[in-house]
Design a protein around this ligand. Structure first.
Ligand SMILES: *Cc1c(COP(=O)(O)O)cnc(C)c1O
Length: 373
């Protein structure tokens, strides 16, 4: 029985095994474990530490603040960050030895102008077709020139060139080949300008699993390291185990008569006498309200349905005629070994993706780590 009323149990052994399995998919590439957004809701510091134990050569985060948090957690290895609005404090990450990304000439200029005491380690990002960050077309040519100038002036060390795929979780999508071709041409243009960084990288989890041609020198794995499939429809042989099990202890159990309306708005009414259990997690913890009346939870080796709407702090499940008591544990999702749903099941109930199911968790959930070194 868990000690906390709302608890995420994080299996670090599963996480390390997932990372090893992903490294085996790309045996000649370095591996970057992506720990942005508090390690997809799993807690950044312990996941960063465990990723290094599993041999992850790199850690990746989105923002500068996240990169600095990785350093504060004691990590001294290679870290890349990639998302900064104008006016960002580049001096701090540069002085912390973090590799920063330049997605435009303007951004490279900001990096070079930062009042840092060390030479910036910069990776240049090309937009190969996601239309998010990175330099596109003619802008890439300008960024190549600026990066070459900065390198030859000794103003920056260009440590990588990279891009991001739009449709890697749909392996047959023509955008994959198209983006890879644009990437290869972009790398060639950079090389022709005299810049040949050691690290060319394009793959996220999905491409790491199924698209070896995109592996290049490094693969960036996020969701798959947490044991979640990038898309439920993807097929591959790599074995991944969900890292997080989310549980709650029933705060109330009661028998209600037929006709009892449940939760705000009475969006579900009991059609027979039944036993309801009150689960002390709600949208304050990041439980999607759109899963109302749709999701299931694991209970006593099977599954029972949620009834009525998800509230801020709690939701109700229908235990039928099962023997249940206050304090009994329900499992919202986990690896599925005891019949409980997967995060992917919650995603489909909530009309979202499993990435969002785990990443949005927070609030009053207590995280417990298993398998710590
Ligand atoms: C989030 C992110 C990743 C990881 O993507 P997954 O699909 O979770 O593996 C990789 N690269 C970049 C640039 C990202 O933003």
């Amino acid at each position: 029985m868990t000690a906390h009323q709302a608890e995420a149990i994080i299996d670090l052994d599963a996480f390390r095994a997932n990372i090893a399995a992903l490294q085996a998919c790309a045996p000649t590439s370095a591996l970057m474990t992506v720990v942005k957004a508090d390690a997809y809701g799993h807690g950044m510091a312990p996941m960063a530490r465990a990723a290094r134990q599993a041999g992850s050569a790199w850690l990746g985060v989105a923002t500068i603040d996240e990169a600095l948090a990785v350093r504060r957690a004691g990590d001294t290895g290679d870290v890349l960050c990639w998302l900064a609005a104008p006016g960002a404090d580049f001096a701090s990450p540069i002085d912390a030895g973090i590799h920063v990304t330049a997605s435009s000439v303007d951004q490279l200029a900001e990096i070079l102008a930062a009042p840092s005491s060390s030479r910036p380690k910069v990776q240049v990002k090309v937009d190969t077709g996601l239309s998010r960050n990175g330099a596109l077309g003619e802008q890439w040519s300008r960024l190549v020139e600026a990066a070459a100038a900065a390198q030859s002036a000794g103003a920056a060390e260009i440590t990588g060139v990279w891009s991001h795929l739009a449709c890697a979780d749909q392996p047959e999508h023509p955008a994959n080949d198209a983006q890879e071709a644009v990437f290869v041409a972009a790398v060639a243009e950079l090389a022709a300008a005299g810049v040949q960084p050691a690290l060319r990288h394009l793959s996220n989890s999905a491409a790491t699993l199924v698209r070896p041609s995109s592996h290049f020198d490094l693969v960036r794995v996020g969701i798959a390291s947490y044991g979640i499939r990038p898309d439920p429809g993807m097929t591959y042989t790599t074995e991944l185990t969900p890292v997080m099990t989310l549980q709650g202890r029933l705060a109330a159990v009661k028998r209600v008569p037929a006709g009892a309306g449940v939760s705000y708005g009475h969006q579900w009414t009991a059609d027979r006498e039944t036993t309801l259990g009150l689960v002390p997690l709600g949208y304050g913890e990041g439980i999607a309200r759109t899963a109302s009346n749709r999701a299931e939870v694991g209970f006593a080796g099977g599954r029972v349905p949620m009834r009525g709407v998800v509230c801020m702090d709690q939701f109700v499940v229908d235990l039928g005629d099962a023997a249940a008591r206050r304090g009994d544990v329900v499992t919202l999702f986990g690896p599925g070994a005891d019949g409980e749903p997967l995060a992917e099941d919650w995603a489909s109930a909530a009309g979202t993706i499993a990435y969002e199911v785990v990443t949005r968790l927070g609030g009053r959930i207590h995280r417990t780590y298993r398998g710590d070194a």
